[in-house]
Ligand binder design. Structure first.
Ligand SMILES: [Zn+2]
Length: 171
């Protein structure tokens, strides 16, 4: 039996997972390709959180150290977010981000640039490059499943997702 896309009135087959909550739970809904793209576009993980809340979230053992929700579990929120981050690239816009320098980034963006260790307003291609480099460095497979690196990778993924949403919104 086919699963139907969970988007309003959509009748396409739902083959992509989209997380429902931000709490690392396994809850997700199934969407078709078009709607999971739409979902990714609008997904801002940090929305409605202030700086302190984000900081607490990133630091929170409760959030990231639940034994049942390791990074490698396929339904894990971060795995889904991470896979989306890897798969779902921005449209190619070579060099069209020059105006980014004038754009005023919010606190979360600035934080995300800092986490990735890149200058604010750098071209999107450079953001991607750095992200891929960091993914390679901190991937659990490269580090014998070390929890420390796994957490680092989660932070990097959140930062990258944050910036991706911002760049897409501006573009
Ligand atoms: Zn759909």
């Amino acid at each position: 039996m086919k699963i139907i896309c969970d988007w309003n009135n959509c009748l396409e087959e739902g083959t992509y997972k989209a997380p429902i909550e931000k709490d690392n739970s396994k809850k997700y809904r199934m969407l078709c390709l078009n709607h999971v793209k739409e979902f990714n576009k609008n997904w801002n993980y940090f929305e409605g959180m202030n700086d302190d809340q984000i900081y607490e979230f990133i630091k929170s053992d409760m959030t990231w150290h639940k034994p049942t929700q390791s990074f490698s579990s396929s339904d894990n929120f971060f795995t889904i977010l991470w896979n989306n981050a890897l798969k779902d690239e921005l449209n190619k816009n070579n060099g069209k981000f020059d105006h980014m320098k004038k754009f005023k980034f919010n606190h979360n963006d600035v934080k995300a640039f800092g986490i990735l260790g890149i200058s604010i307003g750098i071209k999107w291609e450079k953001v991607q490059e750095k992200f891929k480099k960091l993914v390679k460095k901190f991937h659990p497979d490269m580090n014998a499943g070390s929890k420390k690196y796994e957490d680092k990778l989660k932070i990097i993924t959140l930062a990258y997702t944050q910036l991706k949403n911002t760049y897409r919104a501006i573009n």
